[in-house]
Design a binder for this molecule. Sequence first.
Ligand SMILES: *Cc1c(COP(=O)(O)O)cnc(C)c1O
Length: 423
Amino acid sequence: MDHFLYRNGVLHAEDVPLTEIAATVGTPFYVYSSATLARHYTVFDEALAGMPHLVCYAMKANSNLAVLKLLGDMGAGMDVVSVGEYLRAKAAGVPGERIVFSGVGKTRAEMETVLAGGIRQFNVESEPELYLLSKVASEMGVEVPITVRVNPDVDAKTHPKIATGMSDNKFGIPIARAREVYKLAASLPGVKVIGIDVHIGSQLVDLSPYRDAFRKVAELTEQLRADGHEISRLDLGGGLGIPYERSNAAPPLPMDYGDVVRETVGHLGCEIEIEPGRLIAGNAGLMVSSVIFRKNGEGRDFLIVDAAMNDLIRPAMYEAHHDIVPVMEPAPGAAQSPVDIVGPICESGDTFTKQRPMPHLDDGDMIAFRSAGAYGAVMSSEYNSRPMIPEVLVKGDQFAVIRPRPTFDEMLNRDKLPEWMQD
Ligand SMILES: *Cc1c(COP(=O)(O)O)cnc(C)c1O
């Protein structure tokens, strides 16, 4: 089921016409569907039914407070990778017992804040982190539950920038060295080993790398238990891919992913954590933009739109594909011709797509980029002094701005002139 459908010739988000949102906030903007976010969380929760589990939303995918509160209120945990994300999760009402702290470079200051505020577990990624965490926790007189992130050396067969589970990646500890590191962890004060963590990459479209990685985790669980460690929790990471191109074969469903979890680690009696980000938020959001100019070039037509790479960087950064559709439904059988859809920024990289067949669109027409709910707004910037675009949340026939577009004054006032320049 899709909550972004044409009705009466206009693309809607749930029951709200996108034209109505555009009239209120202007373009470009992001819009998210509450129903889709909720459904994606529920699908993961159900996929792990029968096993004790917690779905920890990887909030780096979309960390708007309203999105976090929607998921947190449904019972989701959160996977955070910085103290900023931790504070957002707390602000959204998620208790520390449901927050997991991941990341390769946690600082002392981050550890202190998180330990003081309460945390479910640290996913430790290196020995130096283990020593520092032990020291900080001991100083504070607390004992923090930890897993060690192991790198299983499996090829996730995804874009190199988002593959994280091969031995040449910066993430985790090589699985072959895990027993040694767990032994060290068990000897240190302030930390308590409770499980194993693994995350092999993002936008996986095949289950076999998961099967390989989880089998290795199961084997390691038995070994570590034999070594005398308590392994009662397995954090299996995130990364399940979404269908960015409707015309392509669909990636595996969370249900099938749940079956792989059950089949590989279900017999161990562990509590299971998973950390999906993209699959929860990705297809729950659109970016809506207007055509500034249609420019007919020599043998090549361009749509220059009011969104740019600073608003949605995925095409420039990962060669990512987004389906792009007109907001006003084209007539059935309307002729299509290839266009390049580009932003106004003075870089050739500011190109969303090349030679994409599209129905005829002209100045002022609106388009929607699908699958833009994850790694969209969170990766945006104000490059070219372009204000960050607003985020809107829809629920049924209601919509609300959940992050307004800043005014130019607000942007300017963030810069400060040094005293010696003030006259
Ligand atoms: C990025 C990340 C995730 C989420 O990945 P998705 O592809 O968005 O599901 C989960 N866990 C960790 C440790 C991550 O770095």
